[in-house]
Design a protein around this ligand. Structure first.
Ligand code: TXA
Ligand code: MG
Length: 316
């Protein structure tokens, strides 16, 4: 058995994660989208540590994760019917809804806003943790601010392991996140609803459930944490339209003495989303100077992948 204190952080034992939440520690938890850095949403000190460990500005609000849709009214008020329908249809799953916050929600969680993001994650370990702790758990992606999101416990350990405290905090290992990109965020406090972030559930599916066209983000909620550069690896990311173009560009870069790695999963959007963040990380580990990524088609999950690639390619 390893005596490395970093390795002592990682466990598959939900009981250890439950104990960590109860004592005010942080739990990096697996979800179907990405790993989150979790804390008891009602514990001001623990919530503050989430921001500190991530290096995240305090005005960027956090999503509250709950065990099931029946708990929605603990955290939100004036919940519109369409949000109830979405909760009943899409949860557990990669959909976050912005709703008017209840008085129970801490200012630190919403950055002082009057809305709160809520979701029920579709991962058995996350759901067990939520059910056993009986609280809401705030969880931003468990990476350092602005960097690539983690989809395995190892990614979390690599990113923030040195900022966690063995004995207080835990990384709960639930295997690789099956969806691979973050939840779709829909602001349900405005009419018609607005999509703030394309994600794991295609917007077309959301629209099919509520029978209303969702519009792009505009207005106050848009400004919260929507940055041009995000999900950024160390290597320079270039975007191209086809595999042929990617091969040509990679050859050009290699000839110029650079080291290029191509990311392409063809039309397999599910595989592309699942692999995307691990691919970006692997390119960095391999010492690539450039990542040449083939943009997937702008349909279904492709919207989320294109959004992440565009932000990864933005100057930072
Ligand atoms: O899939 C996910 O959503 C993952 C997993 C762990 O659940 N979480 C996640 O959290 O991606 P985070 O913090 O990395 O991204 C949440 C985004 C941020 O851009 C934040 O600013 C926005 O949601 N957000 C959260 N609450 C908000 C609010 N009340 N108003 C506007 N934006 C909000
Ligand atoms: Mg994030």
């Amino acid at each position: 058995m390893s005596t490395d204190p970093l390795d002592r952080l990682v466990t598959a034992d939900v009981g250890r994660a439950v104990a960590a939440i109860r004592r005010g520690g942080l739990v990096a938890l697996p979800t179907e989208t990405v790993y989150g850095l979790g804390a008891d949403a009602s514990d001001e000190t623990a919530v503050a540590r989430v921001f500190a460990v991530k290096g995240r500005p305090s005005h960027h609000p956090l999503i509250v994760h709950i065990a099931d849709a029946g708990l929605l009214d603990d955290w939100a008020v004036d919940v519109p019917d369409l949000a109830r329908v979405l909760a009943a249809t899409c949860w557990p799953g990669p959909l976050t809804m912005l709703l008017h916050r209840s008085s129970r929600v801490l200012d630190a969680v919403t950055g002082g806003r009057d809305t709160v993001g809520v979701r029920v994650p579709a991962h058995p370990l996350a759901l067990e943790l939520l059910a056993r702790t009986g609280t809401g758990i705030v969880a931003p992606s468990a990476n350092r601010f602005g960097q690539v999101s983690p989809t395995t416990a190892r990614h979390v350990l690599d990113d923030i392991g040195d900022r966690l405290e063995p004995g207080l905090d835990v990384i709960l290992d639930g295997g690789a996140s099956p969806v691979g990109v973050e939840s779709t965020i829909v602001d349900c406090t405005v009419s018609p609803p607005q999509v703030l972030r394309p994600g794991g559930i295609p917007i077309a599916d959301v629209e099919a459930v509520i029978g209303i066209a969702v519009v792009g983000a505009a207005g106050p909620s848009r400004a919260a944490g929507m940055l041009a550069s995000h999900y950024a690896p160390r290597a320079v990311v270039e975007l191209v339209g086809s595999a042929t173009e990617a091969a040509l560009r990679a050859a050009e870069l290699d000839a110029a003495g650079e080291q290029a790695i191509v990311i392409d999963h063809g039309d397999d959007l599910v595989a592309y989303a699942r692999r995307l963040y691990a691919d970006l990380r692997m390119a960095d580990e391999a010492g690539a100077t450039h990542i040449v990524a083939v943009m997937p088609p702008a349909e279904g999950l492709g919207h989320a992948i294109r959004d992440r690639l565009t932000k990864a390619a933005a100057p930072h």
